[in-house]
Design a protein around this ligand. Structure first.
Ligand code: ADP
Ligand code: ZN
Length: 625
């Protein structure tokens, strides 16, 4: 293969596949990328729904590079723009951003250069784009396309509503001849309709990919001591790797972060209550260093495009299943194996039901909230494949288990729990519908605690009728009854009472399936399996991989860039396995484009030469690819 160094692609080389190879260093288009790119190049509009990590950016970056004129990218978050622009610059693509973080002079200078055709891509905040001044400037500029990223921000009902996005319909009116592409990873059918309506994309072709993130392993563990469980999870399964831990409150974030630090994990807190400079420093360290764990409230992660996040751990429940999908979606954008781990127990189910009860929403709104909550708790409680439950929620049916979630890997026992549920429910009724699960479990197992005796419940008809389960077993049953809405939770003191839905079960009209909670921890929680992650299983390869990573970090720090902007883990792993010896061989590795070959090729070849074949290496084996 011939490699042209020091040469920019000429117009004849502006074929999308050539750009994919020479600029990005990738061999094949992924999913629908090729179709989308061709559609845009032929002048059509597009609506692209692709999961996180699916490769949305290439869909507009390649046509913008291939064509004359600049591609204007609307992006809602400043941090994202900066990230994308530094990544493109590293690839040798002329790109810039214009937003409020720039001084007036700098912004003017960039706009001026844009007018003169210096850029392939310019990222703009929506409020800037829709100013009369910028629109006039665009009318004088040669344009390749408009890309509207995170297009679900037009939706008033979504969690990321941005009013300025509504004004983007102006693009259709003022630039009817310029192709537009709207992209998002989250859009149910109503949101899709909103995007089409508000952005005037009625004539756009839709490209819809599934929601599945096959490289993410889903795992829900019964909560015992959340902090200790999280520590074991990180230590044994993700030591030294970047990850995100989510907690519900700021106080808990601070507490968990401090505790993990005390246990030797490089954990940093992130929430809105922290000083802005502290917050920025923590985010910066997370992006630029290799193994930082961020402990944050759900506010953290928006605008974080770090591709090598290896795990997302929830110590508290997310707000909804959509939110969970989004938050866990921040793991594994690079396509490498990653984990979405959640610790869940009785207290979580009770707390979240109470929150909805307490809210001041209208009755209709509350119904919606209860339904969403039901879906989330259904996910936590399922004995089915977690992925199947999640995807069904987004309207995708699948028949088989995924083989990559805890319930697939270690099937849970689901049994006919009708009689057990009847005992638990009548116990709620007989004790006056005011107690929590711990108390109720005591009554069922016949534990005459001081409180039980004081309330004379040692004489209740349900006292001691529950010998088939132990106390923890009954707690698990009550958790499931709360989760499925058969009992309601008192918004103030948390006591349980029967809901309408309890009666058919009590009367024996409806059967109920329950899951038997696992007693022991999943074997995986205590067994390290890190070597599989980057696809570097061989010991000698692993050593080389670590050396390549060290080189990458050294370069990244010298240039004040996140390490993944230099090369992704996936690329380094392939180098470690294939051990290229020349620039030409290095160029065949996925993720090594022309510019990176020029800039970093030699440095990495040096590592491959010295580390890859040192005779004194303790492993002794050097495999030929
Ligand atoms: P999204 O915006 O959909 O979340 P990105 O555009 O950030 O996803 O792409 C996710 C990752 O996949 C990036 O690291 C990107 O470089 C990589 N990628 C995209 N397309 C390809 C491809 N055709 N071959 C290999 N890697 C790709
Ligand atoms: Zn599964």
């Amino acid at each position: 293969m011939s490699i042209k160094l020091h040469e920019h692609p000429r117009p004849s080389e502006n074929d999308p596949k050539r750009i994919l190879e020479s600029v990005f260093g990738y061999r094949e288009f992924r999913g629908q990328q090729k179709l989308v790119i061709e559609h845009l190049l032929s002048g059509g509009d597009a609506l692209v729904l692709m999961p996180t990590g699916g490769g949305k950016s290439l869909c507009y970056q390649i046509p913008a590079i291939a064509q004359e004129g600049v591609g204007i990218v609307v992006s809602p978050l400043i941090a994202l723009m900066q990230d994308q622009v530094s990544a493109l610059t590293e690839l040798g693509v002329a790109a810039a951003f214009v937003n409020s973080s720039l001084s007036y002079e700098t912004a003017r200078k960039i706009e001026d250069e844009m007018l003169r055709g210096r850029y392939d891509l310019v990222y703009v905040a929506p409020e800037r784009l829709t100013t009369p001044g910028f629109l006039t400037l665009l009318e004088r500029t040669k344009l390749a396309l408009f890309a509207i990223d995170e297009a679900h921000c037009v939706s008033q009902w979504g969690h990321d509503f941005r009013p300025e996005y509504r004004k983007l319909d102006v693009l259709h009116d003022r630039f009817p001849g310029v192709p537009r592409i709207a992209l998002t990873a989250t859009a149910d059918e109503p949101t899709r309709r909103e995007i089409i309506a508000h952005l005037h994309l009625g004539g756009a072709r839709r490209f819809v990919s599934g929601f599945d993130r096959p490289n993410i392993r889903y795992d829900v563990v019964p909560k015992k001591n959340a902090k200790a469980q999280a520590l074991r999870f990180i230590r044994f399964r993700h030591a030294g790797q970047p990850g995100i831990v989510y907690c519900m409150s700021r106080k808990k974030v601070d507490d968990v972060a401090a505790w993990l630090r005390g246990e030797g994990i490089d954990a940093l807190a992130y929430h809105a209550g922290l000083d802005k400079t502290v917050r920025q420093r923590h985010q910066e360290r997370f992006l630029k260093e290799e193994g930082v764990v961020i402990v944050g409230t759900i506010a953290f992660g928006l605008g974080i495009d770090k591709p090598d996040v290896r795990f997302v751990a929830h110590l508290d429940l997310p707000k909804s299943l959509e939110a969970y999908y989004q938050e866990t979606g921040r793991a594994g954008r690079d396509g490498l194996p990653s984990e979405a781990w959640m610790c869940y127990g009785y207290g979580d189910a009770v707390l979240i039901r109470q929150l909805v009860e307490r809210s001041e929403s209208s009755a209709e709104r509350k119904r919606v909230e209860h339904r969403k909550l039901g879906a989330l708790l259904g996910y936590c409680e399922t004995a089915e494949c977690r992925r199947a439950v999640m995807l069904r929620y987004f309207g995708e049916e699948r028949d088989e288990g995924c083989g990559n979630c805890d319930t697939c890997l270690e099937p849970v026992d689901a049994y006919d729990g009708t009689v057990v549920a009847q005992k638990a429910l009548s116990n709620v009724y007989r004790t006056g519908q005011m107690f929590g699960a711990a108390y109720l479990a005591d009554v069922l197992v016949g534990a005459a605690s001081e409180r039980v005796v004081r309330n004379r419940h040692d004489r209740a008809t349900t006292f001691g009728i529950g010998a088939e389960l132990d106390r923890a077993g009954w707690m698990g049953v009550y958790r499931q009854l709360v989760a499925s809405g058969l009992v309601d939770v008192d918004p103030e003191h948390g006591g349980l009472r029967l809901s309408e839905r309890a009666w058919p079960v009590l009367k024996g009209e409806r059967a109920l399936k329950l899951r038997r909670d696992r007693k022991r921890l999943p074997a995986d929680e205590v067994r390290p399996h890190r070597t599989k992650e980057e696809g570097v299983a061989d010991k000698a390869d692993r050593k080389l991989f670590d050396a390549l990573r060290a080189k990458r970090l050294e370069i990244a720090q010298a240039r004040n860039l996140p390490a993944y902007v230099i090369f992704h883990d996936k690329t380094l792993a392939e180098m470690a396995r294939n051990r290229p010896r020349t620039l030409a061989e290095l160029a065949t590795i996925s993720g090594v484009g022309q510019k990176k070959l020029e800039t970093y090729g030699k440095a990495f070849l040096d590592v491959l030469r010295t580390e890859g074949r040192s005779p004194g290496s303790d492993d002794g084996v050097i495999e030929d690819p």
